[in-house]
Design a protein around this ligand. Sequence first.
Ligand SMILES: [Fe+2]
Length: 106
Amino acid sequence: MLDGYGFAEIIGLRGPFVSDRIRAGIAIWGPHIDYPRHQHQAEEVYILLSGSAEFSIEGDASQIYSGGDVVYVESNRWHGLKSCDKNLVVYYLWRAGDLRQTSHFG
Ligand SMILES: [Fe+2]
């Protein structure tokens, strides 16, 4: 989808731990990657493992989060992020909603 971005699903419909209720894995962004504004039915938690990013979440002022921070996004709320000057490593979780659904960008 993006240069400088990748992810590995650990729990979810693609496994290796199969679940239709939780989708979780590790995502990595290189420095200065703009991950565009998007929304999805599932609520989402980002747990930042290393690096920093500026998150833009609908209705809130943009804010920079770093390793150890947890960012929660409600179902269908528009959100996006821009990684800062180092690699960003995140453990992400999706819960509820249709886990087969992909993000809507816009
Ligand atoms: Fe998301």
